[in-house]
Design a protein around this ligand. Structure first.
Ligand code: COA
Length: 144
């Protein structure tokens, strides 16, 4: 696997990954792709290091989208999205993307990282737990 910064040319592939992964994060809901696409493109243009694409044989097979929140002093790194194509899962690539994210945050002086994960997403919870993430806050939801 080769890891590189995303470019505008990756937006289409990343959007199709998002459509595919929506069910793991938002069961029973679908994503409005146009706002997602616009925000992704704006992020790539502003700071291409924050979206990394995993490539195998010249093809994009996954990505990780990062953010940095200035809200708390010292800043906080955010894992916004991570995805590996089904046929490439279970080979340690998700872990590699997470390690690359941690390296980028450290290089930018960030010493804290957080993410939000759906409770039914066992694979993701297991990945994050194995990497040392602890449950620190709850996101609460209610249907109206
Ligand atoms: C979550 C995801 C990125 C993991 O990618 P991956 O490349 O398969 O993960 P890795 O092979 O690096 O696995 C690392 C660790 O994660 C855990 N893990 C990964 N897949 C798992 C599964 N299906 N069940 C349980 N644990 C799993 C294991 O602890 C694993 O370590 P191990 O191999 O030593 O047991 C991938 O399943 C995915 O893209 N899912 C759809 C999108 C998604 O849910 N994103 C997260 C949103 S919060």
């Amino acid at each position: 696997m080769r890891l590189r910064n995303a470019s505008k040319d990756d937006v289409q592939a990343i959007c199709s990954f998002m459509e595919e992964s929506a069910e793991s994060s938002f069961p029973g809901r679908s994503v409005n792709m146009e706002p997602f696409r616009r925000r992704l493109l704006a992020n790539i243009v502003k700071d291409p290091e924050m979206v990394k694409v995993a490539e195998s044989g010249g093809e994009a097979i996954g990505y990780i989208w990062l953010g940095i929140s200035p809200f708390l002093q010292g800043g906080s790194g955010r894992i916004r999205h991570i995805f590996i194509e089904k046929s490439h899962r279970g080979k340690g690539l998700g872990r590699q993307l997470m390690l690359a994210a941690e390296e980028l945050f450290r290089a930018r002086g960030i010493r804290h990282v957080s993410l939000v994960c759906t409770m039914s997403n066992k694979a993701a919870i297991s990945l994050y737990s194995e990497m040392g993430f602890k449950t620190a806050r709850f996101v609460m939801e209610k249907d109206l």
